[in-house]
Design a protein around this ligand. Structure first.
Ligand code: PEP
Ligand code: MN
Length: 625
C-alpha cells in the first residue's frame, strides 16, 4: 500500500508511522511525488487500510493491487531515470546501445566501437560470458573479454553493457563494467537477480523467452527489493508459433510497461528478429512506439562473427538507422543527440575550468515552455536551465557571464523566422554552438474538473492562437486572452481556479502545474517545428561539425549576391537557408544570413572563405556546429 502523507506532517508523526509499519513487518520505501511525501509499505496487511488512514499525518492510503509493488507506477509516478556515467536512460534523449553479440578480440571490439560511437551510440555492448544454446558454440572470452571491454571504455568513453551469467562473476563485473545485463534465459534465475540487486550497478533486465510482462516485472521486483532501483527493462522478442523471425517482437509491451511501471524500457530488435534486414524497421517502430532506447548488434565483418552474425548490422546500416531515428524522435517529443558524449564531456571540462557550480543556460519564459524543453533536450541534465523574460535578456545574460549559454528560437516551419533573434545575433558577438529542432504540439489545458463544454476563455501566446486557428474557429464564443508565454498561461488558469478557463500549451506545462489536457494536438498543421540555436561566447566542443551559419553584406551592384552564392555552388556546398534583414540606418541595404551544410571553418574550405571575403563588405561566421 502507499501512504500519502500530509504536506505539513511533522517528523515526529513520520517516525510514529515508520515504527508502526516496522512493527507490522512491512518493508518501507520512502519517496515523494510533486513535493508530497509518500511511504510505500510492502508486506501482508495485518491491519485494515482504515487503520493506517487514521494515523496522524496520513492523508490517504491506496492499496497496490498488482503483484509487483516497488516496480509499480503507483509507487513512483514519475519516470525513473537510470544514470550510466554521462548517459541518462529514460529521459527525453534516446539512448542507443550498440556493439557485437560477443567480444571476439581486442581489434574486433575496438573497430566496432569506433564505428558505433561515430554514428551516435552512447553505450557499448558485447558478451564476454555467452549463454549459448549449444555447449559446442563459442562461449565467450570470459574475463579476458571484460578487460577488452574496459579498454574500449577507456579509449572511447563508451560505458560498457555486458551479460552476467552466474553470481560467481559478480566481483569481476563490478571491476570492469558499467551496466550488468541479465539475459533472457536468466530472467527467472532468482539467485542471479538477488545478486545483481546487491551489486550496486545499473541492470539491464531482458524479458524471458516465454515470460509474461507480469513475470518480467516480478523479476525486476527481485532486483528492486534488494535496494537497486537502477533497472532498464529490455524487450527482445518472445517465443511464438511464428517461424519467419527468430522471435516475435512484442512492441505492445512498450505502452503496457509505460503504464504499469516507472522503469525505462528499451528494445532489442536484433535478438527479436534474428534477421539483419528486419532489424532497422523494428528499431524505427520501437522509437515511434515510445521506447527509451535501443540495443542493436553491429559487426564490422558479420559473415565471420562468432555469434549472431546474421542479425548483426553492418556499421553503415547502423549509421543509416541512427539518421532515421534522429528524424523520428522529435515527432514524438524526443531527441537523438549525435553529440551526446562529447557535449557532456565538454560541459564537464568547462565546469572544472570555471570552478564549482553548475553550468547554466538561459531560455525565454517559464519552466514548461517549448524553449525550456529545447534547453533540457539539448543539454540533458548537465546544465541548469535559467528562465528569462526577453530574448535580449538572454543575450545580455550570456554577455555578462550570468549564464554560459543561451537557447533561442530562430525559425518556425509554419510562421517563419524570428527576426528579433537574427538581429540580436548580429548585434552581439557570440557564436552559435549547436541547434535543436522540436515538434510543437499544442494542447488545450484546463483544471482537472473542466470539460470542453465548460470553457469560455482561453489564454496563450498570440502566435499559438494563430497556429490553432482551425480548432479555435470551431468555438467562436471563446474569449482569447494573450499571455507572455505558454507556460505562464497554464500557471494563470491554475491560479485563477475557474473551470471555465483554459490555456494552450505543451504537455510539459500541464504536468508541471498539475493541470489536465482536455483536447490533444489542436495545432492546425501537425508539421509544426521550431528550430532553436544555442549561443555562447566560445566554442563548446571540438569534433565533427555539419553546419555553419554566416552573415554578410554585399555591395549594391548587379549580381553581388549571386557572386557570393556562386562560390558555394562551385564548391558543392549545400545552402539550407538564406534570410535577409535590413541594415539599421541604411535604408534598402541588407544583411544576408546563410546556413550551409559544411564546416566552413575547416581548413578544406579556407579558399571559400577567402573568396567570400573579397566579394563582401562585411562577413562574420556566426558558428559551425
Ligand atoms: C545478448 O544480448 O547477447 C543475448 C544473449 O540476448 P538474449 O538474452 O536476449 O537472448
Ligand atoms: Mn546476440
Amino acid at each position: 500500500m502507499i501512504l500519502v502523507l500530509k504536506k505539513d506532517i511533522t517528523e515526529e508523526q513520520k517516525n510514529h508511522i515508520r515504527s508502526i509499519l516496522r512493527r507490522e513487518g512491512y518493508l518501507i520505501r520512502e519517496t515523494s511525488e510533486g513535493g508530497r511525501p509518500l511511504i510505500g509499505a510492502i508486506g501482508k496487511a495485518g491491519q485494515a487500510l482504515d487503520f493506517f488512514e487514521g494515523l496522524p499525518g496520513v492523508e490517504k492510503v491506496t492499496p497496490i493491487s498488482s503483484s509487483f509493488k516497488l516496480a509499480s507506477r503507483k509507487m513512483h509516478q514519475e519516470d525513473t531515470l537510470v544514470n550510466v556515467g554521462d548517459v541518462v536512460i529514460g529521459g527525453e534523449r534516446i539512448v542507443v546501445i550498440a556493439g557485437p553479440c560477443a567480444v571476439e578480440s581486442r581489434e574486433q571490439a575496438l573497430a566496432i566501437a569506433r564505428k558505433v560511437r561515430k554514428y551516435g551510440a552512447v553505450l557499448f555492448r558485447g558478451g564476454a560470458f555467452k549463454p549459448r544454446t549449444s555447449p559446442y558454440a563459442f562461449q565467450g572470452l570470459g574475463e579476458e573479454g571484460l578487460k577488452i571491454l574496459a579498454e574500449v571504455r577507456d579509449k572511447l568513453g563508451l560505458g560498457i553493457v555486458t551479460e552476467i551469467t552466474s553470481p560467481a562473476q559478480a566481483d569481476i563485473m563490478i571491476k570492469y563494467v558499467d551496466v550488468v545485463q541479465v539475459g533472457a534465459r536468466n530472467m527467472q534465475n532468482f539467485e542471479l537477480l538477488k545478486c545483481v540487486g546487491r551489486m550496486g550497478k545499473p541492470v539491464l533486465l531482458k524479458r524471458g523467452l516465454a515470460a509474461t510482462i507480469e513475470e518480467w516485472l516480478m523479476s525486476a521486483e527481485y532486483i528492486l527489493s534488494e535496494g537497486n532501483e537502477h533497472i532498464v527493462l529490455c524487450e527482445r522478442g518472445i517465443r511464438t508459433f511464428e517461424p519467419y523471425t527468430r522471435n516475435t517482437l512484442d512492441l505492445s509491451a512498450i505502452p503496457v510497461i509505460k503504464n504499469l511501471t516507472h522503469l525505462p524500457v528499451i528494445i532489442d530488435p536484433s535478438h527479436a528478429t534474428g534477421i539483419r534486414e528486419k532489424v532497422s524497421p523494428m528499431a524505427r517502430a520501437a522509437i515511434a512506439a515510445g521506447a527509451d532506447g535501443l540495443m542493436i548488434e553491429v559487426h564490422h565483418d558479420p559473415d565471420r562473427a562468432l555469434s549472431d552474425g546474421p542479425q548483426s548490422l553492418y556499421p553503415g546500416q547502423f549509421g543509416q538507422l541512427m539518421r532515421d531515428i534522429y528524424v523520428i524522435a522529435p515527432v514524438i517529443g524526443k531527441q537523438l543527440d549525435f553529440g551526446y558524449l562529447d557535449k557532456a564531456k565538454a560541459v564537464k571540462v568547462m565546469k572544472a575550468a570555471r570552478g564549482e557550480g553548475d553550468r547554466r543556460a538561459a531560455f525565454l519564459g517559464e519552466t514548461g515552455t517549448f524553449s525550456h524543453k529545447a534547453c533540457t533536450q539539448y543539454f540533458g541534465t548537465e546544465v541548469t536551465a535559467v528562465p528569462t523574460s526577453s530574448f535580449r535578456q538572454i543575450f545580455d545574460a550570456v554577455r555578462n557571464g550570468e549564464v554560459d549559454f543561451g537557447v533561442v528560437p530562430l525559425e518556425n516551419s509554419l510562421t517563419g523566422s524570428i527576426h528579433e533573434n537574427y538581429d540580436l545575433l548580429l548585434e552581439y558577438d557570440f557564436r552559435i554552438i549547436g541547434e535543436i529542432t522540436l515538434r510543437i504540439m499544442h494542447h488545450l489545458i484546463a483544471r482537472p474538473e473542466a470539460k470542453l463544454e465548460t470553457i469560455k476563455r482561453v489564454f496563450s501566446h498570440p502566435q499559438v492562437f494563430q497556429q490553432c486557428r482551425q480548432f479555435l474557429e470551431q468555438h467562436p464564443g471563446w474569449e482569447l486572452v494573450s499571455a507572455r508565454d505558454t507556460a505562464t498561461s497554464v500557471k494563470r488558469i491554475k491560479e485563477g481556479g475557474l473551470p471555465t478557463d483554459a490555456a494552450i500549451a505543451g504537455k510539459e506545462a500541464a504536468s508541471i502545474h498539475g493541470m489536465a489536457v482536455i483536447q490533444e494536438a489542436i495545432e492546425t498543421n501537425p508539421r509544426n517545428y521550431t528550430r532553436f540555436v544555442v549561443i555562447s561566447t566560445g566554442q563548446l566542443k571540438n569534433g565533427p561539425r555539419r553546419k555553419s551559419s554566416l552573415v554578410y553584406s554585399t555591395g549594391n551592384q548587379p549580381g553581388a549576391l549571386y557572386e557570393t552564392l556562386r562560390i558555394f555552388a562551385e564548391k558543392g556546398i549545400n545552402l539550407v537557408k538564406l534570410e535577409s534583414r535590413p541594415i539599421p540606418g541604411k535604408p534598402w541595404e541588407y544583411m544576408f544570413y546563410v546556413d550551409l551544410e559544411a564546416d566552413i571553418e575547416s581548413p578544406s574550405f579556407k579558399s571559400v572563405l577567402d573568396e567570400l571575403e573579397k566579394r563582401t563588405d562585411y562577413l562574420r561566421i556566426l558558428g559551425s556546429y
